[in-house]
Design a protein around this ligand. Structure first.
Ligand code: SAM
Length: 329
């Protein structure tokens, strides 16, 4: 198993399929984009499936989430999902996406064995979307969401990041929109993971503020905390339920003590924490022809060194060199 020195067991694997994205969300990357990873550095589809197989069959991974960058940009996505869903024991398979292209891909992905999607949606206003993401693609995202429901990729979860002076006024409309369509909305606190290093703690919208904005319009009651397990979101019943809204207070309400996640970047590095400053290279080992046992041993060692917490509140906190898009959110 993937156990760290504090006894936490990593069973939830996030695999980044590419660092490229077709949006330029301000909290993630600059409008001009980034220097993308060179193609030869990216794991091939076969290499990804080999690592996922080792994770599931040897190391106790029970949930696999494909992310990026934008995972729907990866041509082999349907095949990678099918191979993952075919593993034994079968893991839960999900994708985190901005939704662009989902209108076309939801059905084939569902047929390949995808269980669920998380779709990022920060605004319902086309102008705000263009200002925030620097692309005019709101319609594509909304179509993608509808297609996900139609394909049975449920519960469809929606991730929203609020930025002060940009979309904070949309907390209530976003929740109404999601309630009306049966999507489960989660607000994520903005984290210091942007490529521009523009994050300022005093500017971020905190979980307390988000809840304050929502409580003006909805009656929120805390859902049974035992239901939360290792999930990052604190869940609240909306107007008595059954619908819920989540708040992921990564910065102000860290949940590192219950973290069960481990990540593999698109270029084959194991990261034991979103905020880790060190990575363990599996790609070089993989390409040098080592057997699965050796790869598993390296992966186990990488997780063992996980720190107790992300340390954002420490005076010595250093933002990781890789931005969110290159880590895999
Ligand atoms: N492209 C896909 C998407 O848009 O969902 C997957 C990758 S994206 C990095 C995954 C999630 O991370 C998205 O919900 C996005 O909003 C969130 N995210 C990116 N940068 C963030 C930041 N600095 N703070 C909080 N969330 C962030």
């Amino acid at each position: 198993m993937l156990v760290d020195s504090f006894g936490r067991v990593a069973t939830d694997l996030r695999v980044s399929l590419t660092d490229r994205c077709n949006l330029r969300c301000a909290y993630c990357m600059p409008p001009e984009g980034l220097d993308w990873l060179p193609k030869p550095d990216l794991l091939t589809g076969e290499e990804i499936v080999r690592l996922v197989t080792i994770g599931v069959e040897r190391l106790g991974v029970r949930e696999v989430r494909f992310t990026g960058g934008e995972p729907l940009l990866r041509r082999e996505l349907v095949e990678i999902v099918a191979a993952t869903a075919g593993l034994s024991p079968r893991p839960q398979v999900s994708v985190t996406t901005n939704g662009i292209g989902l209108a076309r891909l939801a059905e084939p992905l569902a047929r390949a064995g995808l269980d669920r999607v998380n779709v990022s949606l920060d605004t319902l206003d086309r102008e705000v979307f263009v200002r925030l993401a620097h692309r005019d693609r709101l319609r594509d995202v909304l179509d993608g969401l509808a297609a996900a429901t139609a394909a049975g990729l449920t519960p469809v979860k929606v991730n929203a990041v609020l930025m002060r002076g940009v979309n904070e006024h949309e907390a209530v409309p976003l929740l109404r929109f999601c309630l009306d369509r049966g999507y489960e909305l989660r607000f994520i606190e903005q984290m210091p993971l942007d490529a521009q290093h523009g994050w300022r703690r005093e500017e971020m919208i905190t979980a307390d503020e988000i809840l304050g904005l929502l409580k003006d319009s909805f009656d929120l009651t805390e859902d049974d905390p035992r239901e939360r397990g290792s999930a990052p979101a604190e869940l609240f019943l909306v107007d008595g339920g059954p619908h819920r809204v989540g708040v992921i207070g990564s910065v102000t309400r860290p949940f590192c003590g219950a973290c069960d996640r481990v990540r593999i970047t698109a270029d084959g590095q194991v990261r034991n924490c979103l905020f880790a400053t060190e990575e363990s290279d599996l790609r070089t080992a993989l390409r040098s022809g080592v057997p699965d046992e050796e790869l598993a041993a390296r992966w186990i060692a990488a997780v063992r060194g996980k720190k107790a917490g992300h340390g954002i509140d420490d005076a010595a906190f250093l933002q990781p060199a890789r931005p969110m898009s290159a880590i895999g959110g």
